[in-house]
Write a protein that binds this ligand. Structure first.
Ligand SMILES: [Zn+2]
Length: 493
């Protein structure tokens, strides 16, 4: 499939089969950047998050939190979002289109423009390069647009709040309590899955840039003095990471221990969590990915190490996870803002922990997995769409069909479907031609189809069809469970 077509194909499939679709679509005036997940999307997203929980949260004995999406503005005052979570915007006086000033200047000059410039500085640059709207109209003055959704709570409208623009702030403000109730010791990971909200100026590319999205975030709190005294590292030191350090044009494959020894990665602790993350995406079946080290211009001023986990798609490289060593920036700011003590004991030492963060975008991961899995292939004179999702993520693991809708075949098929549904997500269908039923399962990624035919009634065997090879073999009904079990890769690799 051609690259340009790929995005369209995924979007078409998502809409037609209901993986995801625009929110409130029956009302044409609905703003862009909001998506709903239909039945298949719900199943895929749930499995993706569960796999993340298995491979990262449980694997590392992390603590989990489910925080509120509405937080008082004071949290964002001290986190820096009130002042810094802004985009410079400029409006065309003629056609009223609103642009991001930095992007307009970058397009014209092909130079990277730092986001943090003042509105005046942006005005000067627009003037210097004589930048106009593509419609020919003059541009107005640059202003700063805060991307948080802010509003008030209660009838007095005096208490200002905002929807969180990232899930991690709950983890920082709850840190002291969580550390205490879990009787935790440093280093400790605290994880959270939940919704975040950003009032993007131009949401685009379906699930890639939305205004409401799901994050799966991990904040690892550690004593910076012990980041290299980290025994879990020994378990993964031979693991090969795909890294693209600053200055390199291509990614390199390098063992965790070598990356630490050569100081490509700053500590054993950071390397360990990068390995956990890569191993998780491997389990999802993701390909063509890299950790790209951010340059000084790209990373936040407080970040020590910053690696973006990116994947190559038809839309270019897409960032799926931001991996940032945020040092003591967050706890320090909230300790100061709240006047609470957020230091904890590490042995006999009192420390304000540093934080290494893995901030994962769930929705964009879902898009990229769908895009990589979707293949159009020739079958004789026919074509078929097949979604080669890893079986662990497939919305349905197995489909059960009676060959025809008569001769007592549906009764037997329903019995088999019923017995499998305790252990697997099973789809049952008895209508239409068997060929069409197979195709419908191929395009939603169901790895196996079991068909009950007349021979079943004679010798208790069924056929089982493989999604990828389309090969069928006959097996005994009583061996079905064992066979299906052997088809799921063990969870801890
Ligand atoms: Zn214009």
């Amino acid at each position: 499939m051609e690259k340009a077509v790929k995005y369209e194909k995924v979007t078409e499939l998502a809409l037609r089969r209901g993986f995801y679709f625009p929110s409130a679509e029956i009302y044409p005036s609905t703003p862009a950047g909001f998506f709903e997940y239909g039945p298949l999307g719900v199943a895929l997203k749930r499995k993706f998050i569960e796999l993340w929980r298995q491979y990262i949260v449980k694997c590392d004995n992390m603590i989990e939190l489910d925080g509120t999406v509405i937080l008082p503005e004071v949290v964002f005052k001290h986190s820096g979002h009130l002042d810094n979570f802004v985009d410079p915007i400029v409006e065309c006086k003629k056609c009223k289109t609103i642009y991001r000033a930095d992007k307009l200047i970058e397009e014209k000059t092909k130079k990277q423009i730092p986001e943090g410039l003042s509105s005046d500085e942006f005005d000067k640059l627009l003037e210097k390069y004589k930048i106009k709207c593509p419609c020919g109209g003059e541009l107005g003055k640059v202003s700063k647009f805060n991307m948080m959704f802010s509003f008030t709570v209660g009838p007095r409208k005096s208490e200002r709040v905002a929807l969180r623009p990232e899930t991690c702030q709950n983890i920082f403000i709850d840190f002291a309590r969580l550390f205490k109730v879990a009787r935790a010791k440093l280093p400790v990971g605290i994880a959270q899955v939940g919704k975040s909200f950003r009032n993007e100026i131009s949401p685009r590319q379906s699930l890639i840039r939305t205004r409401e999205f799901t994050q799966a975030e991990v904040e690892v709190f550690f004593n910076p003095a012990s980041a290299n005294n980290f025994s879990k590292f020994d378990m993964i030191k031979g693991y090969k990471l795909i890294l693209q350090p600053v200055g390199k044009k291509k990614p390199i494959k390098i063992s965790a221990s070598e990356a630490v020894k050569k100081k490509i990665i700053s500590s054993k602790l950071v390397a360990y969590y990068l390995v956990l993350l890569q191993n998780f995406y491997d389990a999802c079946g993701l390909k063509n990915y890299r950790f790209r080290e951010l340059s000084k211009d790209e990373k936040a001023f407080y970040a020590k190490d910053a690696w973006d986990f990116e994947v190559e798609t038809s839309l270019g490289w897409i960032e799926l996870v931001a991996c940032n060593n945020r040092a003591d920036h967050d706890l320090g700011a909230h300790a100061k803002g709240s006047k609470q003590k957020l230091e904890v004991m590490d042995g006999d030492q009192k420390v304000l922990p540093h934080v290494f963060e893995l901030s994962l975008g769930v929705d964009r991961s879902i898009y990229c997995l769908l895009e990589q899995a979707l293949v159009e292939e020739k079958v004789g004179k026919d074509k078929r769409l097949v979604l080669r999702l890893d079986p662990k993520l497939s919305p349905y693991f197995v489909a059960v069909f009676p060959l025809v809708n008569k001769d007592k075949l549906p009764e037997t098929a329903k019995k088999i479907a019923g017995s499998l549904s305790c252990s697997y997500d099973v789809f049952y269908d008895e209508s239409g031609s068997i060929g069409k039923r197979y195709r419908r399962m191929d395009e939603i990624g169901t790895p196996f189809c079991i068909t009950i035919d007349h021979q079943t009634l004679k010798d208790d065997t069924v056929t089982i069809r493989d999604r990828d090879t389309m090969e069928q073999k006959r097996i005994k009904i009583k061996e079905l469970e064992k066979f299906l079990l052997s088809m799921i890769t063990p969870v801890l690799s």
